[in-house]
Design a protein around this ligand. Structure first.
Ligand code: ATP
Ligand code: MG
Length: 572
């Protein structure tokens, strides 16, 4: 089979020659970009905001914000003042001290960003929670982390079991009415009175900064702790992979409740002094394209689930908007199907660049760079300075084209430092040889491109063949009737496992037996006979996490009548 390649477009990219840089790069060089390399004092919020507010970028727009009711902008100087105010409020009215856990549970709004950065300025560890979480999910996370302070809204407070959380001392309410008990504080009222100057809490490189709970795709979400040092890799990848430059207008569609929404919705863009667009509200194709047109977005970071929904909305919708400002598109969160890349190339005249990383890695790890050829279906190559490999279960590196554990050499700058309250879990990520093992299965080709196959637990063994669910799913969605597909292995007495596909249909298609047969044949002739699903089941939609990932473990549990496990992050 001829390898499909999308070649580089000419451009003045930050990362000019991947091979040359990878051969020579040392993280020490990156540290020189930051003032702490001289002072030894660090605070990521200072580097993201104050440094620019004290420089020539002071009047530059840092944040454009809009939702159904608001339309606002803030310069770096204003961001410095508002985040200082928030730091003062959290410290004086909330008693926040260095190392305290401050949780933020609210829909996107400028106040959310002031609170996150203000808490970090005060030395706290911030735990952001996605607004759609219900009571059980909120309780688990606040209890596990012994959160001391919570910032939330009147609409969400009913989902916070305040009286069952002994560590929780103060609850800030943003906008609307505030309960009269002493525990509650009116955030906006305090913000109005607060001083615009704040003495930043200076931290060590290894002091905690963010506590992110994972997406819960494979089991109970884990509390992943990141430290201030993470900025080094967040900054460099914002340069190399997002390719952020002086005049860019950047839009990351992820919610800050997930790691993409902080590492690249807050830190990546602001560490590089980039104008950041933040949009509240729900996903609608027209509204998304309108955002790009209105703000003349140049760099856009989103996810396969969103690209698939846009693709499903049709090419006609794209034509109604002027998207000519777009110069660079990037994706993360799930495998990026080749079909989606081809579609992007057609309608946006741009390649979509896949990036692979996870909550635990804190920043991008394997990526497609704008100055590198893309092989659709491949996650790309490791970030310069990071060593990745495919290893067996004993930690031995495997040769090219062999499927195995995707692993990273310990010690990259944005690596997590702990799983909160669970040191055994933390230790379980590491293997002899200094490898961090991701839990994903992949292979590397002869040219060093990495190819995702599936979660290790999802890889299917059928009649002696190892089949990655991703390849089958990607082939399935190339069929015109299919919008989404989730593939699992189902135990079978003869074959070990058989492949079962759950499929959501494009509007206008009838779920018939003939269609099943047609889809099966399509995979058989397009991919391989052994990879064609023996069983296909049509579903209106697939079970997904609230961050948009297909939950194969839930499909499997339903299929086999097993307990479904933790469902706190599942969509309604
Ligand atoms: P949990 O760890 O709770 O089961 P999760 O692994 O989905 O949830 P995240 O940290 O949000 O939580 O997601 C990281 C995972 O997402 C990766 O391990 C990988 O399986 C998947 N992923 C992210 N980006 C990509 C990508 N570009 N290609 C393939 N898979 C990806
Ligand atoms: Mg995970």
């Amino acid at each position: 089979m001829k390898l499909e390649t999308l070649t580089v477009r000419e451009g003045n990219y930050n990362l000019k020659d991947y091979d040359e840089l990878s051969a020579s790069f040392d993280w020490k060089e990156a540290e020189n970009h930051f003032s702490w390399s001289e002072t030894g004092k660090i605070n990521i919020a200072y580097e993201a905001i104050d440094r620019h507010a004290e420089s020539g970028l002071k009047q530059k727009v840092a944040l454009y914000y809009r939702d159904a009711d608001r339309n606002e902008k803030y310069t770096f100087e204003e961001m410095k003042e508002y985040t200082n105010k928030a730091a003062n409020v959290l410290k004086t009215a909330g008693g926040v001290e260095k190392g305290d856990r401050v949780f933020i549970f609210m829909p996107r709004s400028p106040e959310l960003y002031f609170a996150v950065l203000g808490a970090i300025k005060a030395g706290a560890i911030v735990g952001p929670l996605f607004e759609a979480f219900m009571e059980g999910a909120v309780r688990d996370r606040l209890a596990d982390s012994s959160a001391k302070v919570l910032v939330t809204t009147p609409e969400l407070i009913d989902r916070v079991p305040v009286n069952e959380l002994p560590a929780l001392e103060k609850v800030f309410i943003v906008g609307g009415s505030v309960p009269s008990e002493e525990k509650y504080v009116d955030f906006n009222a305090k913000m109005q009175e607060a001083d615009t100057a704040f003495e930043i809490e200076w931290m060590n490189l290894e002091d905690g900064m963010m506590l992110h709970y994972t997406s819960g795709s494979t089991g109970k979400p884990k509390g992943v702790l990141h430290v201030h040092r993470a900025m080094v890799q967040q900054y460099m990848t914002a340069k190399w992979v997002l390719d952020l430059q002086g005049n860019d207008v950047y839009w990351c569609t992820a919610d800050p409740g997930w790691v993409t929404g902080t590492s690249y919705g807050i830190f990546g863009p602001w560490l590089t002094g980039t104008t950041n667009v933040i949009v509240g509200g729900r996903f609608k194709p027209e509204a998304w394209y309108q955002t790009i047109e209105d703000y003349k977005v140049t760099v856009w970071y989103s996810a396969p689930t969103a690209f698939r929904m846009l693709m499903g909305a049709g090419d006609e919708v794209v034509k109604k908007f002027d998207l000519s400002s777009l110069r660079h598109i990037i994706s993360v969160g799930e495998p990026l199907n080749p079909e989606v890349i081809r579609w992007g190339a057609k309608v946006f005249d741009r390649r979509i660049h896949d990036t692979w990383w996870m909550t635990e890695t804190g920043a991008m790890v394997i990526c497609n760079y704008p100055s590198m050829d893309i092989r659709p279906g491949s996650m790309g190559k490791p970030v310069p300075g990071v060593k990745a490999a495919i290893v067996d279960d004993q930690g031995n590196e495997l040769p090219p084209n062999r499927m195995g554990n995707l692993a990273i050499k310990k010690g990259w700058p944005s690596m997590m430092v702990a799983i909160w309250n669970n040191p055994e879990k933390y230790e379980s990520y590491f293997m002899p040889g200094g490898w961090y093992v991701s839990g994903d299965s992949a292979y590397m080709d002869e040219d060093g491109y990495f190819w995702f196959q599936g979660r290790v637990d999802d890889v299917i063994m059928t009649a002696g063949e190892r089949v990655g669910p991703f390849e089958v799913e990607s082939k399935l969605i190339e069929h015109p009737a299919v919008t989404e597909a989730g593939v699992i292995g189902k135990p079978d007495p003869v074959r070990g496992e058989i492949i079962k596909a759950f499929v959501a249909l494009q509007e206008g298609y009838e779920p018939t037996e003939e269609l099943k047969e047609d889809i099966r044949q399509f995979v058989k002739t397009g991919l391989a006979a052994h990879a064609a699903p023996r069983e296909i089941e049509f579903r209106d939609k697939l079970p997904k996490t609230r961050s948009g990932k297909i939950m194969r473990r839930v499909l499997k549990a339903w299929e086999l009548d097993l307990p479904t496990g933790d469902l706190s992050t599942m969509e309604d």
